[in-house]
Design a protein around this ligand. Structure first.
Ligand code: SAM
Length: 281
């Protein structure tokens, strides 16, 4: 009998991936965790049946989350990752010798343990000496931090379940406080393609831009995510991601990235008119 994993991308659209083996399943304190092996996308992790990371295309998501701010801000040393228990964002951060300290705040310890076992491709650098793991709610963790970080990455689940608080105005305000004067905040955003997500994109824009003078979105094509068209939020106190891109400085590092390059960086901020229209006041 054939085995298929199916995710609902909208009430009228579903994506199905043929699965070779369902290798792990548990209900943790926070969510249902599943690991499957597929023919097309390799091993992948789902939380509450939502696709999180797949071996074949996770490089797109993690490259865009990490290298865009790293190529914009010239001196990032202290980083906070909220969520990100699969370790993919940390793996990309650890490529930079200039980073001295990485705090990772993951609400669910079981996600880290399961990824260490089944997804070593993403989780292996969680043992880097610069990485400090905290098993807590990210919403609470940032409340008492002031001017502590150069970069905050919100690598969370979508705005329901444990990730819901990470899309609130209170949270963005606390991130602003936790960042240094020239700090950058990146958050993963849902796909804006289907009707039901358009309101949430506008809401995030309003909430983030209430604190950050520079608030932008950038996109990437990620085949396993809803609609394949995914957005990230870029919020900054000082740096504009296109104007201040340090092309030569970043290229001189000679990092062997699978997806990111500085041309993609610039292009990713060019949004289609149908998305731009959503922000017209
Ligand atoms: N790339 C993924 C995506 O966009 O679907 C996100 C991957 S990562 C596995 C998301 C992580 O955020 C999960 O491990 C989840 O446990 C964690 N998370 C959700 N809510 C959180 C919260 N409030 N504080 C800290 N971590 C949280």
């Amino acid at each position: 009998m054939e085995l298929w994993y199916t995710q609902e991308h909208s009430p009228n659209v579903r994506l199905s991936i043929k699965v070779d083996r369902h290798i792990y399943s548990e209900q943790s304190r926070f969510q249902r965790i599943d690991v499957m092996e597929s023919y097309e996308f390799g091993t992948f992790l789902t939380l509450d049946s939502q696709m999180m990371v797949a071996e074949k295309d996770e490089c797109i998501y993690h490259d865009m989350m990490v290298h865009v701010p790293m190529a914009t801000h010239p001196a990032i040393q202290k980083v906070l990752v909220i969520g990100g228990g699969d370790g993919g964002a940390v793996r990309e951060l650890t490529r930079y010798k200039s980073i001295t300290h990485i705090d990772v705040v993951e609400i669910d310890k079981r996600v880290v343990e399961v990824c260490r076992h089944y997804l070593p491709q993403t989780a292996s650098k969680l043992d880097d000496a610069r990485v400090h793991l905290y098993y807590e709610d990210g919403l609470r963790f940032v409340r008492d931090k002031e001017q502590a970080y150069d970069l905050i990455l919100v690598d969370s689940t979508d705005p329901f379940g444990p990730g819901e608080g990470l899309f609130t105005k209170e949270f963005y305000g606390n991130c602003h406080k936790a960042l240094k004067e020239d700090g950058i905040l990146i958050n993963q955003h849902e796909s804006p393609y289907y009707e039901r997500n358009k309101g949430s994109l506008q809401k995030t824009y309003e909430r983030v831009s209430a604190f950050f003078p520079i608030t932008k979105f950038y996109g990437a094509c990620i085949p396993t995510y809803s609609s394949g068209y995914w957005l990230f939020g870029f919020a900054s106190k000082k740096y504009d991601p296109v104007r201040d891109l340090k092309k030569d400085q970043w290229e001189a590092l000679e990092l062997d990235t699978q997806y990111y390059n500085t041309a993609i960086h610039k292009g990713s901020f060019a949004l289609p008119n149908m998305i731009k229209k959503l922000f017209d006041k």
